[in-house]
Ligand binder design. Structure first.
Ligand code: NDP
Length: 361
């Protein structure tokens, strides 16, 4: 039986391949200087994580809210000449104090700012979902390749020990073939009807875009396979704020091996769990996807891994590659974001058509 340590060592390529904690000798001379774009709720978690990190620092801020310039500038020690708004953002190209731009805007704004950051010759880190369609992901990838900058998606769970254990147990068939995955995430969304999550032009869609991407990820990283087709159903609308985007959606991913992964993502109920049923036993996490603390078990017993600062760990791992000018491992790059968005495009298509739809690869 392959141990967790062996799995971490081996898995340098492909889906679920995990960053090696010590593969490169970190360049300790320099920290990765990161500018955060969009100073909202998650940017606050990320800024705090970066402050805890060994290899990164918050070097720049980009905001459309003038009052945040002083408040965030003071809090994170960012000088005023490294603070931008959305109009003068492109001037970041002239700022040698910034290496990478982390885009934490509403989903439908990711593409524009990722491309502008790439054109400014800054490495790009973009929150999930990478774009709001596979087409957008391809445009972002093309811009990063053209400008020879690295592109990462904010897949924090690829560095999180409980989720890494689910990857190891599933991909290595520790309990045999995984036949069924259930992966669901939901929470009650902000009741303010002006919240961007209700507006398709900003969100690109409902909980499938925001939360479902984690479930698609989990189905792929537990099985280590790519789904071939999907069936999907929109849920009922119980809240009148949901005029433009779905309130909830359920889908089934069908894999060539016969495995099925069933998921729901919803803005009207709380759920946060991953469950894998394999030939010789089941393994699961709940909570699984939020910020922890996580709980999980397999036939070997309760999981017992250290609780980590997910944002700090993600950024320290990215910095090891970017600072050492090594390509990021594929499983956290735009290519991974593109695979997820191809699945999400097909889920929306299947929910609308009522038919089983193939996932374009
Ligand atoms: P928030 O609404 O809290 O913040 C978004 C920020 O974007 C705003 O504060 C604002 O910052 C800026 N913004 C620019 N234009 C607009 C606009 N038209 N409407 C609203 N805000 C605008 O959202 P979150 O921080 O929750 O989400 C941001 C991104 O992060 C999303 O893509 C989401 O999916 C992702 N996310 C990832 C998580 C993870 O665990 N990886 C968790 C939560 C979110 P400013 O005032 O500075 O201009």
């Amino acid at each position: 039986m392959e141990s967790r340590r062996e799995f971490l060592k081996k898995s340098s390529l492909g889906l679920g391949a995990l960053a090696f904690p010590n593969i490169f000798i970190p360049n300790t001379e320099k920290k990765l200087h990161v500018a955060l774009v969009g100073l909202g709720r998650y940017a606050g978690y990320m800024a705090d994580g970066i402050m805890e990190s060994k290899s990164c620092t918050v070097a720049g801020l980009v905001t459309g809210t003038p009052s945040k310039k002083e408040i965030w500038g003071k809090k994170y020690g960012v000088p005023s000449n490294n603070i931008y708004d959305y109009q003068n953002f492109d001037e970041i190209a002239l700022n040698p104090d910034i290496d990478a731009v982390y885009i934490i805007l509403p989903n439908a704004l990711h593409k524009e700012f990722a491309i502008r950051a790439a054109n400014a010759k800054k490495h790009v880190i973009v929150e999930k979902p990478m774009g709001i369609s596979a087409k957008e992901c391809l445009e972002i990838i093309a811009a990063c390749e053209k400008n020879k900058v690295q592109l990462a998606v904010g897949y924090r769970l690829h560095f999180e020990p409980y989720n890494m254990e689910m990857m190891r147990l599933g991909q290595n068939k520790i309990y045999g073939k995984v036949n069924l995955v259930e992966a669901s995430l939901g929470y009650k969304v902000n009741p303010d009807p002006n919240d961007w999550h209700y507006k398709k032009a900003l969100s690109g869609g409902g909980p499938l875009q925001n939360l479902g991407v984690y479930c698609v990820q989990a189905a792929r990283y537990i099985t280590g396979e790519e789904p071939e087709s999907v069936t999907a159903q929109f849920g009922p609308v119980t809240n009148p704020n949901f005029k433009e985007v779905e309130e909830s959606i359920t889908w089934q991913l069908h894999f060539a091996s016969g495995t099925v992964a069933t998921s729901s993502s919803t803005y009207n109920s709380g759920i946060d769990r991953l469950f894998a049923s394999a030939d010789n036993g089941n393994f699961e996490l709940s909570p699984a996807i939020s910020y922890g603390p996580f709980k999980g078990r397999s036939p070997a017993g309760e999981f017992n891994f250290p609780e980590i600062n997910q944002q700090q760990t993600q950024m320290d791992e990215l910095a090891k590659y970017i600072l050492n000018e090594k390509p990021l491992p594929l499983h956290i790059t735009g290519h991974e974001g593109l695979k997820d968005m191809r699945v999400i495009d097909a889920i929306y298509k299947a929910a609308a058509s009522g038919r089983r739809e193939r996932i374009v690869s």
